[in-house]
Design a protein around this ligand. Structure first.
Ligand code: KG4
Ligand code: ZN
Length: 381
C-alpha cells in the first residue's frame, strides 16, 4: 500500500510523478439515477481492461414520478453504494490493497447524489492511502469509447445524454474545446419529454426507440430546427412542441409508431447536421492529425442515431466510434478510466475536492456564452 506523504492542500489539482506501471482504479458514479461501481485496469501502453462494472438502476423508484426525483436518488445512492462497490471489487477478484487509485464522479449532476459517491470515494482513498481523482462526469462519457478499443487523441466528440448535448474538440486528457451546445433541451431530454406525450414510460429514449421500430418516419412532417445555420448549436424545443401537438391528435397504434419514427429521425438528422458543421470546422483545425469522430452518452445507444452519424462521419472522411451499448448510458467503468488516464499523467485531487452541480468541460466557452443558466433547466444542464 502506498501512503500519501502529506495531507493534500485544498484547491488546485495536484500531480504525482507519472507511473509506468498499470493503474487499477475503482470508479464510482452517483450523479443521476444509477449507483455504479467498476474496476478498470489501464496498462502503461494505454490498453484498457474492464475487470468489473456493476450498475444498480433506480428507474423503478423514479418511474411513478415520470423523471428523476433528486431526494429519492440521493437516498437510494446512500443505501446501495457500499454494496455496489463491494460487488465490483468481488467481481474484479481484487482486494483494496491491489488498487492504485479511486475515481469518483464529482459533478456535474444532482449534487445530493454526487456527494454520496464522492464522499465514499474519499473515505476509501483516506483509509487505504490511495490517490483520489474527482472526475468530471462528462470527461467520463468522453473517454467511454476507449473502454472497448483505442481511440487516439485528438477527436471530435458529440456528447448526447439526458442532461447534455454538446460538440467538443477533445485535444487530450482534460483538454476540451466546445464547438456547439444546445440552446434549450438536451437530446435525451427531448426523447424523454416527447416519449411522455406519447404515453411511454420513463426513461423515454429506449421506449421511443422500441415504439419507432417499423414505423413510417415520413407520415408526419416535423420542423427541422436550425437547418442551414452556420454554427454548431442544437435546439429541440420546436420539435417537442410540434410532436406534442401531433400526439394529441393520434388515435391508432400505427400512428403512434409513425410519430415515434418521425421524432427519432428528426433528432438523428439534427444531430448529424450539426455534427457535419463541426466536422468541417474541426478538420480545418486538425490538419494532419487524423479525423476521428466519437459519439457518447445515453442517446448514443439509439441505433438510428448511431447509423445516421456513422454515415455523416464517413462522408466527411472521419472514422466513427461509439461505445458499446452498456457504456453509452451512465456507468462507473468510464469514470474509472477517466481517473486512470489522469493518474497515468500523475494527476490527482485533494481530499477536499468539492461536489459540483455545474462543471462545464470547457469552462472558458461556458463562461463566455452561458447558454445554460444553472438551475433553470435542471441540475445537469
Ligand atoms: O448518459 P445518460 O445515462 O445520463 C446522463 O448523463 O444524462 O443518458 C440518459 C439519457 C436519457 O435521456 C435516455 O432517454 C437517453 O439517454 N437514452 C436514449 C436511449 N437510451 C438512453 N435515447 C434514445 N434512444 C435510446 N436507445
Ligand atoms: Zn451521463
Amino acid at each position: 500500500m502506498r501512503l500519501l506523504q502529506e495531507p493534500p492542500p485544498p484547491g488546485n489539482r495536484m500531480t504525482l510523478p507519472a507511473m509506468t506501471t498499470p493503474h487499477v482504479v475503482l470508479g464510482l458514479e452517483t450523479s443521476c439515477d444509477e449507483t455504479a461501481a467498476a474496476v478498470v485496469r489501464r496498462g502503461p501502453d494505454g490498453a484498457v481492461e474492464v475487470l468489473s462494472s456493476v450498475i444498480a438502476s433506480q428507474i423503478a423508484a423514479h418511474a411513478p414520478f415520470g423523471g428523476v426525483v433528486p431526494e429519492i436518488a440521493a437516498r437510494a445512492h446512500v443505501e446501495s453504494i457500499d454494496v455496489i462497490a463491494a460487488e465490483a471489487m468481488r467481481e474484479a477478484g481484487l482486494g483494496f490493497d491491489q488498487l492504485t487509485g479511486v475515481a469518483a464522479t464529482a459533478g456535474p449532476g444532482l449534487v445530493g447524489g454526487v456527494m454520496v459517491g464522492l464522499s465514499f470515494g474519499k473515505a476509501i482513498a483516506l483509509a487505504r492511502g490511495l490517490p483520489l481523482v474527482a472526475v468530471n462526469h462528462l470527461e467520463g462519457h468522453a473517454v467511454s469509447a476507449r473502454l472497448a478499443g483505442e481511440v487516439a487523441y485528438p477527436f471530435l466528440l458529440l456528447l448526447v445524454s439526458g442532461g447534455h448535448c454538446q460538440l467538443l474538440a477533445v485535444e487530450g486528457v482534460g483538454a476540451c474545446r466546445r464547438l456547439g451546445s444546445t440552446l434549450d433541451d438536451a437530446a435525451g431530454e427531448a426523447f424523454d419529454k416527447i416519449a411522455k406525450t406519447l404515453g411511454l414510460p420513463y426513461p423515454g429514449g429506449p421506449a421511443l426507440e422500441a415504439l419507432a421500430e417499423g414505423g413510417d418516419a415520413t407520415r408526419f412532417q416535423l420542423p427541422r430546427m436550425l437547418l442551414g445555420r452556420k454554427d454548431c448549436d442544437f435546439s429541440f424545443s420546436g420539435l417537442k412542441t410540434a410532436a406534442a401537438r401531433l400526439a394529441e391528435t393520434l388515435s391508432t397504434e400505427a400512428e403512434r409508431r409513425d410519430l415515434a419514427a418521425a421524432v427519432q429521425t428528426a433528432i438523428a438528422t439534427q444531430l448529424a447536421e450539426r455534427s457535419d458543421r463541426a466536422m468541417i470546422a474541426y478538420a480545418a483545425q486538425h490538419l494532419g492529425l487524423g479525423l476521428r469522430f466519437v459519439v457518447a452518452g445515453g442517446v448514443a445507444a439509439n441505433r438510428a442515431v448511431r447509423a445516421t452519424l456513422q454515415a455523416t462521419a464517413r462522408a466527411r472522411g472521419f472514422s466513427f466510434t461509439a461505445p458499446p451499448l452498456a457504456y453509452c448510458t451512465d456507468n462507473a467503468a468510464m469514470i474509472a478510466l477517466a481517473g486512470a488516464e489522469r493518474l497515468a499523467l500523475g494527476m490527482f485531487d485533494p481530499l477536499d475536492a468539492p461536489a459540483r452541480p455545474r462543471w462545464p468541460l470547457d469552462a472558458a466557452a461556458a463562461d463566455a456564452n452561458p447558454i445554460h443558466v444553472p438551475g433553470r433547466k435542471g441540475a445537469k444542464a
